[in-house]
Ligand binder design. Sequence first.
Ligand code: NAD
Length: 380
Amino acid sequence: MSQFNLATTNYNDDMNTYTFAVLPGDGIGPEVMEVALEVLKVSGEKFGFNLDYKNADIGGIAIDNHGLAFPDSTKVICEESDAILFGSVGGPKWENLPPEEQPERAALLPIRKAFSLYANVRPGLLYPQLTDASPLKKERIPSGIDIVCIRELTGGIYFGQPKSTKILPNGQQQAIDTMVYQTSEIERIAQVAIDTARARGSKVCSIDKANVLETSVLWRKVVNDFFEEHAPEVELSHMYVDNAAMQLARDPNQFDVLLTENMFGDILSDEMGVICGSLGMLASASLGANNNSHGHPFGLYEPSGGTAPDIAGMGIANPCAQILSAAMMLRYSFGELKAASAIEKAVEAAVTSGTRTGDIAFGLESVDTVAMGTAVLTNL
Ligand code: NAD
């Protein structure tokens, strides 16, 4: 059943060549991408693999250059790749376009759909040395935060049909979104949560709203049955989404792996981003339904934050989220576990030794994007 297994994916011994699409996007995207590519290059030399990547436009820059946020030329490059390393898209320049043409909506949703990116894996990681970055009180998170959110990404209310707005005979406007889930969609995301939990603390909390929503009643039943049959050793609990939002703010480390549907995951994973401090540190993976030419899941890897228009072009963005996204690509899509861990350790070492961009400096002298990257490379 499992398309991949995070606990047992093997390190590749051969000199592999990995092909991936590089979509830097807008704002700080290209600035942090350049640093992440340098880190990948050095890790390839150190761990013995080749990287073969092609750049393509996505988001606002793609609208400017091709008239579309996700042009066919970009799609073809992604189709020919084993993974996508993504920056971020959007910005004030495109905010006056009709909503369906704006970079985020016109690039992110179609790319998720085109590659069946159904599983969003978002680590909520805060190093103990960075607890100042969190709005939570230090005594609640003495050793930082270490949790993961597994969010279903291609179903639920964001994609369900019918979806429409119409004018009623009484003159009022009425809008409809449809929340819909099927057994197979729930089972495959449950499997990702199981694989993730097995590689960590073996605990999954499934989040729903089963006291109100039909889809949540089904979600809870399918998750229960699936865990009972496939992972009886993984501790499974359930929580309503409103309570989960409170518990995350109260005591995040009571969770190990959170498993949830699309909209709840959107909200909870952003809350995780806030309690973990700067968006500049948070990576994410969106894994696809199909395997790549190396037998690992095709995936899209991107920072959790956006294009940061307030600091774009200044060369001061934190590149760590993009670097950690690249590490996730090595782990999930290429099976290069040692290289991925080495990059993660290098980021942690650089940050905890005091090299920090402005978003995580807290009184220390801050460095620019390139210097942050250099510190990671030195530790690598
Ligand atoms: P944002 O994430 O871009 O910025 C929020 C705050 O976090 C800003 O103060 C920013 O400076 C800071 N920040 C984010 N990343 C950082 C980094 N790497 N280093 C240092 N500081 C960082 O969110 P926003 O302002 O709401 O959105 C800006 C644009 O990004 C919008 O057009 C939005 O649509 C787009 N966006 C895109 C994505 C995506 O591509 N996946 C996600 C979110 C927002």
